[in-house]
Design a protein around this ligand. Structure first.
Ligand SMILES: Cc1cc2nc3c(=O)[nH]c(=O)nc-3n(C[C@H](O)[C@H](O)[C@H](O)COP(=O)(O)O)c2cc1C
Length: 367
């Protein structure tokens, strides 16, 4: 099947993309002391040269003491880190690419790959690492206010440095998602509550802080997931009605594009319809959406990372049919773009036999 649908331009507000391919945000941990070195700029430039429409950076953390859970994750604050990011965006632009940093705070999610721990206090809604596991105090009101302000400052810096958009990491069981999730948000103030709509308040305040910092025309992307790294079976929204109650306050607060994280893009979100998460999010909000999850590869990413199971190239026909039907607008590609910076160009030119497999050994170097 011809991949034309992936190569139509996309525009929203001030964001203009040459095609529908988005590089998914992927932590690489090659930024000692939080400062992205020139190798990181080269890595992203290569994906721009390879015709990726929009590059989302690896998660890069806002200015809170325990925003990261790995010492080599980049910061998005401080003079040196921001100078590193300036080099990244300048190189990406020189190669004709567009890019948004993914603004991140890990909350209470630990990193199983390192013994390193961030200086306290750990920020989390109720001091729980997963349901029933209390290990620290809930965030204070001033910690919440400072975190919301830190997201706003990072977004202002992104715009000032010349980035084309920002993405907020609200998925996968990290800080923002911890507020959505009743299992770890037991707060009884305005940031908690029995309904998912009530538990959107923290994210809503983050979005408003960012909107106030970047103005109306700058595109804000929000990444969400039903699943949590702490529990793949969690579903925040059990029905389309619950999903609408979750997404509507976020969109009303200023989100422009919803990035709907699934591990396998073809999995239906609710019974009785083939629509996936991005399909439902678009239908319910009318906003553009990004789909993601095992695009062009045979296996999903957590298994590849945890068990070392390799993933082989796989057909994207199902994806193309959904894109043709306009179920979603953009398509994020993760591991396939780690293996091969030229993935997008090869797909456009129909060079299917040259597409590469993904092996977790590829994470050892930044190519
Ligand atoms: C090495 C690696 C690091 C990742 N880091 C992040 C991250 O920092 N932020 C995020 O939202 N998702 C992260 N993800 C998830 C990816 O963005 C993407 O959703 C996932 O890999 C599924 O896409 P794929 O099947 O095309 O790889 C990571 C995935 C991988 C493989």
């Amino acid at each position: 099947m011809a991949a034309d649908a992936l190569f139509r331009p996309f525009s929203h507000k001030s964001l203009h993309l040459k095609n529908r391919i988005v590089m998914a945000p992927m932590t690489r941990s090659f930024s000692p002391h939080g400062v992205p070195p020139s190798e990181v700029a080269t890595y992203y430039r290569r994906r721009a040269e390879g015709e990726v429409g929009l590059i989302l950076s690896e998660g890069t953390v806002v200015d809170r003491p325990a925003a990261k859970n790995d010492p080599n994750v980049p910061h998005f604050h401080g003079e040196q880190a921001l100078a590193g990011w300036k080099r990244v965006i300048d190189e990406v632009h020189a190669a004709g690419g567009r890019m948004a940093p993914q603004l991140w705070h890990v909350g209470s999610a630990r990193n199983p790959l390192t013994k390193w721990v961030a200086p306290p206090p750990v920020d989390s809604p109720s001091g729980l690492s997963s349901p029933g596991k209390r290990f620290t105090e809930p965030m204070t009101d001033s910690a919440i206010a400072d975190t919301i302000a830190a997201f706003g400052r990072a977004a202002a810096d992104a715009k000032r440095l010349g980035f084309d958009s920002v993405e907020i990491h609200g998925a996968h069981g990290y800080l923002i998602d911890q507020f959505f999730w009743a299992g770890v948000n037991e707060r009884t103030d305005v940031y908690g509550g029995a309904t998912l709509a009530q538990r959107t308040r923290f994210a809503v305040d983050v979005v408003k802080s960012i909107r106030a910092a970047v103005g109306e025309d700058f595109v804000i992307i929000l990444r969400l997931s039903q699943w949590k790294q702490q529990d793949f079976n969690v579903k925040l929204a059990q029905t389309p009605q619950e999903m609408a109650a979750w997404l509507t306050p976020l969109v009303d607060a200023g989100v422009d594009i919803l990035h709907c994280s699934q591990r396998r893009f073809w999995e239906p979100e609710f019974e009785g319809s083939e629509l996936n998460f991005a399909g439902w999010a678009k239908k319910l909000t009318g906003k553009p959406t990004i789909t993601v999850g095992s695009v062009g590869l045979s296996g999903e990413f957590i298994e590849t990372l945890a068990k070392g199971a390799g993933s082989k190239p796989a057909s994207i026909d199902n994806l193309l049919r959904r894109l043709e039907r306009e179920e979603f607008d953009l398509v994020a590609v993760g591991r396939a773009l780690i293996s091969d910076p030229q993935w997008a160009r090869k797909v456009r030119e129909g060079r299917d036999s040259e597409l590469a497999a993904f092996d977790r050994e590829a994470l050892a170097t930044l190519v």
